[in-house]
Design a binder for this molecule. Sequence first.
Ligand code: ACM
Length: 267
Amino acid sequence: MKIGFFQFEPRFGAVEENLERVLSGLHHVEADLVVLPELAFTGYLFEDRREVMSLAEDPAGSMTVETLKRFCHEQDIFLVTGFAERHGNKVFNSALLIGPGELVHTYRKLHLFSTEKEYFDPGNTPLEPVEVRGARIGMMICFDWAFPETARVLALKGADILCHPSNLVLPLCQQAMVTRCLENRVFAVTANRIGSDSRPRGTLHFTGQSQVVTPDGEILHRSTEDREELYVAEIEVGIAKNKKMTEKNDLFADRRPLFYTPLMEKK
Ligand code: ACM
């Protein structure tokens, strides 16, 4: 299976321009699945909820989603993309799995980062892997990396590949995702953006270094901090089905859930 990411710099508020950039960046790509950054079409650093609402789209009537569905059909490809999702009077920081001619699945970010809490509603969709060409895809978004339960639940539910649209500003996640892969024996594609959002409330700089990591914790490729890149790797998905770390240790069978009950309590 061929999986990868497109690292680029969205321009804040320029939804159509960002869509064009993605379409031209992925022109003639040969892959089964490509992951795009978090909030790939709107940009990240919103002023307030009103501004998010004005840029977010309901996937049901979205020109962006219609264009991507058509693109996936023409290129015979699946995409996971960050998306500002409007749903009635709510607005979510979401990831969409789009395939040839259809929107397959929506995940709404569970763990909002910093100022996102001011203007996004917290996610309310279950962590549920979806099958794509024989692989089970689990979606998580950026700061979800800091809550290992996210990757664990997806892996326990059968995810082989974590698709991880990101807009990272801290220099911590890329190494942490190596551990997420090792402890769950899954692949992970972290698609980060580059460049900055300079807005009235300040400037945020994003750290690039998108990557693909294997269940053995090998970084197949890590991009630069500041250059656009389309990267695709051929992977053997079956490796992620074997949860053995040693001959006598299976990472799932050896778990002791009776001792993990505090995980179910809210502090
Ligand atoms: C983040 O969750 N965008 C850091």
